[in-house]
Design a protein around this ligand. Structure first.
Ligand code: MN
Length: 306
């Protein structure tokens, strides 16, 4: 089998095999979430994304955009979530959040907030007031991560992870570095606790830097090119704002950066349970969605002032 695989790839040596690519997708048009988040919802342009990228449900990427100063912070008002986790990754600018449990906080540059909505919360997300008063470039990503059925109705919780808690891998030959948010990469563990096996990585490569990044064959793997241009495997070129979906394979992802490049890697063991979603609720059955609406209307998600 191994020999046959090698013969099917007309490249120089077996050691150069790169994890095969399912597709390279261009950014969909930007849309506003509230008046503070100007995002590309990548999964909307990927056919069958929920299967190919299980356990990930959504990736809203806010490319760098400069906001003018304001004393009325922009953002999105009170809304519910149930059945999954929202992971907010700030690159530039600061986001403040408040929720119906009374919790709140600020997600600043380099920080990640891993919020397990689970049985349900109400929250609002805004540009942090002090930052909004100054204005400036703002760049962030929000990922929705599904929960297995066994954990969808757990109590909500937060993991506020600040920049200096991230695992850091310094790549050999000054190729760059990997900030490990979740999972283990080259022996370095990320701080986020996950309900299913997940790797979430912020990869920075210098121009001409090489990387061979392994993930378990069973993981679904996606990659957002936030900045730069690179060669992927032997034959593909990827550019800023491309999103790559990979096939299952034991081969590592081989990347050679043509310019300074920043990549967001999302990889995880698929949950393989039915997904029934309606807006901010992601459950396993239609009945559970109806229950989420009923609970929301009857105040079971708590209360939060707008
Ligand atoms: Mn939200």
């Amino acid at each position: 089998m191994w020999v046959q695989t090698t013969q099917n790839h007309p490249i120089s040596s077996a050691s150069a095999l790169s994890r095969p690519i399912e597709g390279i997708y261009k950014a969909p048009p930007l849309h506003w979430v509230g008046d503070g988040f100007r995002v590309a919802g990548y999964f909307s342009s990927i056919p069958d994304a929920l299967r190919k990228l299980d356990p990930f449900l959504l990736l809203d990427y806010h490319p760098a955009h400069t906001y003018s100063p304001t004393d009325r912070p922009r953002g999105v008002g009170v809304h519910p979530h149930r059945g999954f986790e929202t992971v907010t990754i700030a690159f530039q600018g600061s986001v403040a959040h408040h929720d119906s449990t009374g919790a709140g906080g600020v997600i600043g540059p380099g920080d990640v907030q891993w919020m397990t909505a689970a049985s349900g919360i109400l929250h609002k997300e805004y540009h942090e007031a002090g930052w909004a008063a100054q204005g400036g470039p703002f760049q962030m990503a929000q990922l929705w991560v599904n929960l297995p059925k066994a954990h969808k109705m757990d109590p909500p919780q937060y993991q506020p992870i600040v920049a200096n808690q991230m695992g850091v891998v310094s790549l050999p030959e000054n190729a760059g570095e990997i900030r490990v948010i979740a999972g283990e990469t080259f022996g370095v563990k990320g701080p986020a606790k996950t309900h299913t096996p997940i790797s979430l990585l912020d990869v920075r490569l210098h121009a001409k830097g090489h990387l061979a990044l392994p993930f378990p064959s069973s993981y679904n793997v996606g990659m957002l090119v936030m900045q730069g241009e690179a060669r992927l495997g032997e034959t593909h070129t990827i550019v800023q704002h491309d999103f790559v979906v990979f096939e299952h394979s034991d081969d590592p992802i081989r990347i050679e950066a043509a310019s300074d490049t920043q990549l967001l890697m999302l990889a995880g063991e698929p949950i393989r349970e039915p997904v029934v979603s309606y807006g901010p609720f992601v459950m396993n059955t239609e009945r559970e969605i109806q229950q989420a609406f009923a609970d929301f209307r009857s105040g079971k998600f708590g209360h939060l002032e707008d």
